[in-house]
Design a protein around this ligand. Sequence first.
Ligand SMILES: NC(=O)c1ccc[n+]([C@@H]2O[C@H](COP(=O)([O-])OP(=O)(O)OC[C@H]3O[C@@H](n4cnc5c(N)ncnc54)[C@H](O)[C@@H]3O)[C@@H](O)[C@H]2O)c1
Ligand SMILES: [Zn+2]
Ligand SMILES: [Zn+2]
Length: 384
Amino acid sequence: MLAMNYRGPYRVRVANKPHPEILHPQDAIVRVTRSCICGSDLHLYHGLVPDTRVGSTFGHEFVGIVEEIGPDVTKIKVGDQVLVPFNIACGECVFCKQELYGNCHESNAQATAVGAIFGYSHTAGGYDGGQAEYARVPYANVGPTVIPADMDPDDAVLLTDVVPTGYQAAEMAGIQTGDTVVIFGAGPVGIMAAKCAWLFGAGRVIVIDHVEYRLEFVRNYAQCEAYNFESLEDPVLFIKKTTGWLGADVCIDAVGGDAAGSAMQTLTGRKLLLQAGSATALHWAINAVKKGGIVSVVGVYGPTDNLVPIGNMMNKGLTMRGNQTSVKRLLPRLIEHVQAGRLSPKDIITHRVPLEEAADAYHIFSAKLDNCIKTVLIPSPAKF
Ligand SMILES: NC(=O)c1ccc[n+]([C@@H]2O[C@H](COP(=O)([O-])OP(=O)(O)OC[C@H]3O[C@@H](n4cnc5c(N)ncnc54)[C@H](O)[C@@H]3O)[C@@H](O)[C@H]2O)c1
Ligand SMILES: [Zn+2]
Ligand SMILES: [Zn+2]
């Protein structure tokens, strides 16, 4: 089968790989009909994630048709159209029982923090992902969810990560009615967080980025304010000023370790790898939130330490929350939001590309070319 194939930083290609097989009675094989490229894939693509092995296939956002099931799979059947949450979770361990599906204790048993994620390096379990014609889906009674008959697969594929992550970012921020919410990052996750912040009752939503077309997009899509940090003297000062010098009620980091905006952070975090990515947005979030406020972190950082202003966090009395999103926990209410028209995820898709062109698609998304917000890769047997 054809599959995206990692060759090293900034180098991917599409190559032939053996068709995946059922390795465990709870496995399923899914014929992929759509998979997305995520900002999280960019951390891999840029070589920021340890133990990203040459030959691995990325892709943790995919939908498809169940092709084969192991003897213990009872919740889905051959022929079902399913969306597959990006977390691989056993459904049985102490953390899964608390619905912390991003922190499963079994699927990535060698790790102390994160559970397993499709196509996300051996630090996240070493499972191949869905940027391929077929994918093996472990614990198939837990994650894969049948796509409602009336749902567009383009909406469904965004329910595997982007929508739940934007929603959980807003949820972890503990937004109260009327709150001023500042979101760093106008990528798909920041855009969705802005949209969801309103669902939680925000009174004002401000997004910060430095890519003009994304700022323009989020202004229209989420009906919020959006500012370019390169044209602000200091983004923290700007947020203080615009909130009567108090600071935002909550700040959301939807950027993670690939952040721009600070030469020192970029050098130590992205070039020399002395810290787990550049923590510029997180730094700004801690400094721009009010005393007693909440910082919600969905931007991804690696396992090593980061330079963050922990003294400000402590002395301001902040609450910081973060996690990989627990997709399965959120799916029922998010399917409802999409069906009711309160969320329209597919509107953020700007590029539909044959799987064979994955290398170009990675380059365009990474370099923020061609007004790219979200790219869907489509294997050739699947319909556009
Ligand atoms: N926690 C989770 O479960 C989860 C799930 C999905 C994605 N993520 C993470 O969320 C983050 C965003 O994902 P995405 O798909 O939107 O990525 P993306 O790369 O498309 O978007 C990131 C945006 O941040 C902007 N940016 C860079 N530096 C900035 C700064 N200092 N301040 C403000 N904006 C800045 C970039 O210009 C870009 O538009 C990534 O770190 C990704 O790994 C986390
Ligand atoms: Zn993702
Ligand atoms: Zn588990």
